[in-house]
Ligand binder design. Structure first.
Ligand code: SP5
Ligand code: ZN
Length: 388
């Protein structure tokens, strides 16, 4: 298991409206600092990634997963607000007026066809869906660094030479023993944002970027492998449903399975009846669980979720991993304890190692900072007992 970090992820530090209070966002740099300090005392080495050497390819990949005008908004809106005197350099932009239309249904424009408003203040809500995605001066830099970790992991795993110096390279079926795993200490997280809306502390969807990078590399580097969506799957274990990831793959054969709090944020998605559409019908699997869910129910549900992946076709698994399922998390309501993450991890790794699946783990949420590092370490250790 390799752990990747980029110090630029620490720069983004903003505010949110939570429970009618405008507060420093719970999704803060302290989360990663806490994880790094726990890992420093552990047997795990953290590899520092500099995104300058991958930036061109990363930006191409981000343009396939996100709208160009949205990326431009993330990159330049803060400067624009500062230049016009609307905000201080150390301030954060929050949305103002969401595009909800006051006309009968048949006259209502499609949400995706509405042009961005000319008004600078209005654009902040055109490109967001809630008030927990403030934009400060370094938001774009951190979002790129976070996405860069996901992209780097994908390129390391698809260049099998980096890990495997045996002659396996030309063999069609990877040896089960060669399933490699990379954990990315991503921040900001990604699974709530879609192609053009920030929200839920997310700006660029790291899982989408990782999957697209894996699909492109898988198709490009090994000619006998078709660009086939079924070779990649996403398992989402954050407490909140990954609405952005689900919507992106909804009509594609990329398997998406999510276990999350029922009737919780982001409120309008995550129902078990959402199973995919068109080509993607049957590839989307939601497992909403009630408040107070214990680890035994959770593990039983995890086994059911894992049954939905076509393990013999799959080559890569991307895990959106949130520790907001922890019993003390301020945004979660499950009863999962630190040591339980080792068992959760072990159950996943027993499948990925049996089938030689290369895995990328992306950090999503988790806000109980005092034990965040221990939760993650427990997950890493559980993985190790199963995979090596
Ligand atoms: C990546 C991730 O975990 N994002 C989660 C963002 C959730 N933000 C909104 C949570 C709303 C909870 N409402 C309770 C308010 C009163 N305490
Ligand atoms: Zn979450």
């Amino acid at each position: 298991m390799i752990v990747l970090h980029n110090p630029n992820v620490l720069l983004h530090d903003t505010i949110e409206l939570l429970g009618a209070k405008l507060i420093p966002a719970l999704e803060s740099p302290k989360r990663i600092l806490a994880i790094l300090s726990t890992l420093q005392e552990s047997e795990y080495h953290v590899q520092i990634i500099d995104d300058s050497e991958i930036i061109g390819n990363l930006q191409d990949c981000i343009r396939t997963t996100h709208d160009a005008s949205y990326i431009d908004h993330l990159q330049h809106s803060h400067d624009e607000w500062v230049t016009s005197g609307s905000i201080d350099q150390d301030g954060s932009i929050l949305p103002e007026c969401f595009p909800v239309f006051s006309m009968p249904h048949h006259e209502r424009p499609d949400r995706h066809e509405v042009a961005p408003p000319k008004d600078m203040f209005a654009r902040s809500s055109y490109y967001a869906f809630d008030l927990s995605s403030g934009i400060m001066k370094d938001t774009y830099t951190s979002a790129i660094a976070s996405a860069g970790l996901a992209y780097k992991a994908a390129s390391l795993l698809s260049t099998r030479r980096d890990f495997d110096d045996s002659k396996e390279e030309e063999v069609a079926d990877p040896s089960p023993a060669k399933g490699q795993t990379i954990m990315c200490l991503c921040r900001p997280p990604g699974h709530h944002c879609d192609t053009k809306h920030a929200g839920g502390y997310c700006y660029l969807n790291n899982a989408l970027i990782c999957v697209e990078a894996l699909l492109t590399a898988g198709a490009g580097s090994r000619s006998h492998v078709e660009h086939d969506d079924t070779m990649v799957g996403v398992l989402d274990l954050d407490f909140h449903h990954g609405n952005g990831t689900q919507s992106y793959f909804y009509d594609r054969k990329v398997t998406y399975a999510s276990i999350h709090g029922q009737n919780e944020y982001p409120y309008y998605s995550g129902h078990a009846s959402e199973t995919g559409r068109g080509l993607g019908k049957g590839y989307n699997h939601n497992f909403p669980l009630p408040s107070g869910t214990s680890v035994s129910t959770y593990l039983h549900t995890l086994d059911r979720a894992l049954d939905h992946f076509e393990w013999t076709r799959l080559q890569f698994l991307v895990i959106s991993l949130g520790f907001d399922t922890f019993h003390l998390d301020p945004l979660g309501s499950f009863k999962i304890y630190g040591e339980d993450y080792a068992e959760i991890s072990r159950r996943i790794a027993s499948r990925t190692s049996a089938y030689g699946i290369r895995t990328v783990i992306l950090l999503e949420g988790g806000y109980y900072i005092a034990e965040l590092g221990l939760c993650l370490l427990s997950f890493l250790r559980g993985w190790k007992t199963e995979s090596s």
